[in-house]
Design a protein around this ligand. Sequence first.
Ligand SMILES: NC(=O)c1ccc[n+]([C@@H]2O[C@H](COP(=O)([O-])OP(=O)(O)OC[C@H]3O[C@@H](n4cnc5c(N)ncnc54)[C@H](O)[C@@H]3O)[C@@H](O)[C@H]2O)c1
Length: 283
Amino acid sequence: MVEITEVAIVGAGVMGSGIAQIAARAGYRTRLFDAAPGAADRGVARTLESLARAAEKGRATVEECAAAKKNLTAATSLETAVRGAHLIIEAAPESLALKRELFAKLSDHAAPETILATNTSSLSITEIASAAKNPERVIGLHFFNPPPVMKLLEIVVGERTALLVVATARAIGARLGKDCIVVRDVAGFATSRLGVAIAIEAMRMFEEGVASAEEIDRAMELGYNHPMGPLKLTDHVGLDVRLAIAEHLCGELGERFRPPQVLRRLVRAGKLGKKAGEGFYKY
Ligand SMILES: NC(=O)c1ccc[n+]([C@@H]2O[C@H](COP(=O)([O-])OP(=O)(O)OC[C@H]3O[C@@H](n4cnc5c(N)ncnc54)[C@H](O)[C@@H]3O)[C@@H](O)[C@H]2O)c1
């Protein structure tokens, strides 16, 4: 197994910055790249602030913060980010065309043995992998939001992913302090499929006036011990993100995943959830 010491994260948004934080904290030399000018620098700054807060609350030591700070840098180009990387984690927007284009480029610039991982929530790993020169090195590493807090790492195995890459992914997950599950590459994997199924049903109930958003959420929080109800969780994930996933699952798995009208209406109105100040709730 290749020893992983150098990690490149492509996409410095919500997920990329969070993944960079845990990678740097776990001791990987981590380079963060984003296509938008200044975004990688902002991602690094956010990450360091988040680590400092963790230290204040006693969830990280000052030494861990200093080490993470040393390990984490912003890269100015895709080439410099991926050069010499043993592991690349892509966290760019959820678009198959964009991810395929990126994986073609990544496999051009990276060494042949580099592991190419995608943080996609729902797209086919096999389809993304087929755009790369070496599809057997491509795997899904599905982190959850926020990456430093959420314990799960869903490892998604594409049709052509090599067994050694799966074993390495498990070892990486363990070093990042995550509990791993390994699932086959089917639409929505295990998590998004179940999560979106519950959220869609909650939205239909909201539309039908079965109960208010608060009451629907409390049903699951208090009745089933879910830490967050499905509508509140949709606000946190982003309604646009959930709509894209539901549309994809509807195409792949059938009508039961057809996005409810209320979801389309809120997205059209720019009510994308917490990040926009309003979704099913006001913030
Ligand atoms: N937000 C969530 O809760 C969540 C959870 C799990 C997985 N995901 C998945 O993670 C991925 C990223 O989601 P996010 O919420 O962080 O999105 P985001 O919009 O916050 O961040 C995406 C970043 O990618 C950058 N980008 C766009 N094109 C790029 C390119 N060609 N090269 C490099 N960077 C590029 C954007 O500038 C942006 O900063 C998606 O595939 C999403 O499905 C999201």
